[in-house]
Ligand binder design. Structure first.
Ligand SMILES: Cc1ncc(C[n+]2csc(CCOP(=O)(O)OP(=O)(O)O)c2C)c(N)n1
Length: 558
């Protein structure tokens, strides 16, 4: 006979076996055995002020670390508060294990506390798998199963719903084995014929382009991407998740996908190798602004449902992006590649022309600070290791203009859900994943208001995140949309006040500053990082200018 252990203990032993050292959550009585077991096993619980932030922090951790994130939320409202995070993780393919408490099975249909809703059914459409565990002995097997599902491509969220009596019951530890091999390590590789065909198409191209998407980033192909792009002389664009996979400073990097709209006839791509790209919002749907209709598309995707979804393909390959790049590279050296140097140079010229144009257009002195100048100052004021989180619509579109990261997983921002208000949580997770790196969270004033109490979480846990508020006193993307669609005289429900957010931050124990002049941004950033504390810079910016990317998107939707 071994020791009698609780279900909570079995869950945590399994998490520990899977390499989990950090979880995010907010306590509730239903979770008590889990919190106690985490304490015993040295798994750090980063407790937030709102489950919204706990869910997003688990996402931020997963995205900054390219590993599993774990969120613990209590029964009923704790669960409903992470629905947005679940949906976000689902659409962005972020591997998060959500563990929800639930009322004891013996209390079913008794109108008891925090119960009466079917949490599994609610989660099912927004997770890869949702399941209620009904037997204590099955907890290790099902936790391992959930982790395997979340972490295997295409990765995504999983909900395990755990009734309090299942967690609280004890079993003989010798009667329950903790699974050893939890992760699946063999990603799907392409067939040789597919690689031959891809090489044939690419070798004939005059203006080839690689588009790296979420699947490329998740495959961990930074070295392979660089080596293949260099050997074949092919420029690379990326979506937000794959940003930094090829360093922004690399002469073959063209920018985020939307920058492909700067390629105009006759200099447009003729062959596109899309690695783990999900066509849609970030490729302007099925429009041919980014990928011309006449271009041959080679689409590599781990999920066959994405291939040909919006664009017909010349060749579809269901495989892991890194495996495909390895196979391409193994044959690349023996090939004669066409000289693409003029094409690559053209893309670099477009890139620098765009920056020069914006610098000239925004050259006027402050106040009010032009939003472009704020993002440009931020990018100049951070080191190459800094992780940047961006939240808020116009805010992140401005940042997209200038962001340059040299590491993957270092730019964490909006995906398909477009959920405003997730930045503070993401930043908590990113900083927990990388305690030695700097984390800067750029956030719209509207977005900041969702979870500003997380400044307290930062203070309590000693996380020196620098929060910069792009304060335009408005839900700017909404207000601008309204002005364009309904007219400037019809603005309603989209204005915000000139709140003193820096005072709020001070009250939470943060370093804080109100910034109103362009020339004060750089020193304020420096002081914020030097403080070694969580910091909040409330920066007043001009509401009027519209970010260039938004022109592109509004043109599409008008
Ligand atoms: C949770 C959520 N609520 C509402 C919206 C609709 N929405 C899209 S952009 C936007 C304005 C965001 O304002 P802010 O955070 O201040 O950023 P800004 O656009 O001013 O940079 C809103 C409300 C959304 N995307 N997500």
């Amino acid at each position: 006979m071994g020791n009698a252990v609780t279900g909570g203990e079995l869950v945590v032993r399994t998490l520990a076996k899977a390499g989990v050292r950090q979880v995010f959550g907010l306590h509730g009585a239903h979770l008590e055995t889990l919190f106690q077991a985490c304490r015993d096993h040295g798994i750090h619980v980063l407790d937030t002020r709102h489950e919204v932030a706990a869910g997003h922090a688990a996402e931020g951790y997963a995205r900054a670390n390219r590993s599993l994130g774990v969120a613990l939320v209590t029964a009923g409202p704790g669960f409903t508060n992470v629905i947005t995070s679940m949906a976000n993780a689902y659409l962005d393919r972020t591997p998060v294990l959500y563990i929800s408490g639930a009322a004891a099975l013996r209390d079913a249909e008794t109108n008891t506390l925090q119960a009466g809703i079917d949490q599994v059914s609610i989660a099912r459409p927004i997770t890869k798998w949702a399941h209620q565990v009904t037997t204590t002995q099955q907890l290790p097997r099902l936790v391992a199963h959930g982790i395997r599902i979340a972490a295997s491509g295409p990765t995504g969220p999983v909900l395990l719903d755990m009734p309090s009596d299942v967690l609280g019951a004890t079993v003989d530890e010798d009667a329950v084995a903790i699974p050893e091999a939890i992760y699946v390590d063999e990603p799907p590789a392409p067939r040789p014929q597919a690689i031959d065909r891809a090489l044939e198409l690419l070798a004939k191209a005059h203006r080839p382009v690689i588009m790296a998407g979420v699947g490329a980033w998740q495959s961990g192909c930074a070295a392979e991407l660089r080596s293949f792009a260099e050997s074949a002389g092919i420029p690379v664009y990326s979506d937000f998740q794959a940003h930094g996979l090829l360093p922004s400073s690399h002469p073959l990097y063209g920018g985020t996908f939307h920058k492909m709209a700067d390629l105009t006839d006759p200099e447009r791509p003729d062959v596109v190798l899309a690695l783990g790209v999900r066509f849609g919002l970030f490729t302007l749907g099925s429009s041919d602004r980014l990928v011309p209709t006449r271009a041959a598309l080679i689409h590599v995707e781990i999920d066959p449902k994405e291939i040909g979804r919006l664009r017909p393909v010349a060749l579809g390959i269901v495989a892991n992006s890194r495996e495909v790049l390895r196979a391409l590279s193994s044959q690349s050296a023996s090939r004669r590649w066409p000289d693409t140097s003029a094409w690559c140079k053209h893309i670099q010229t477009l890139k620098s022309d765009r920056l020069t144009k914006q610098r000239e257009e925004t050259a006027r002195t402050s106040p009010p600070i032009h939003p472009y100048k704020l993002v440009a100052s931020i990018v100049e004021g951070i080191d190459a290791e800094t992780i940047v989180v961006a939240d808020g619509a116009e805010t992140y579109h401005w940042l997209n203009e200038v962001i340059r990261q040299n590491n993957p997983g270092s730019y964490i921002t909006h995906g398909f859900l477009g959920a405003v208000g997730f930045g503070m949580g993401l930043a908590l997770g990113a900083q927990a994943a990388h305690p030695k790196r700097r984390v800067l969270c750029l956030v719209g004033d509207g977005a900041f208001g969702f979870t500003m109490a997380e400044l307290d979480t930062m203070t309590r846990h000693g996380l020196p995140i620098v929060v910069v508020i792009m304060n335009n006193r408005s839900w700017a993307a909404s207000q601008h949309f309204q002005e364009i669609v309904s007219g400037p005289a019809r603005v309603t429900g989209t204005r915000l006040s000139d709140a003193r957010y820096h005072d709020v931050a001070k009250a939470f124990g943060c370093y804080s500053q109100h910034v109103t002049r362009q020339e004060d941004i750089a020193p304020a950033l420096e002081a914020a990082f030097a403080s070694g504390k969580p910091a909040c810079l409330n920066v007043d910016v001009d509401l009027a200018p519209l970010p260039p990317e938004l022109h592109l998107l509004m043109a599409r939707h008008s």
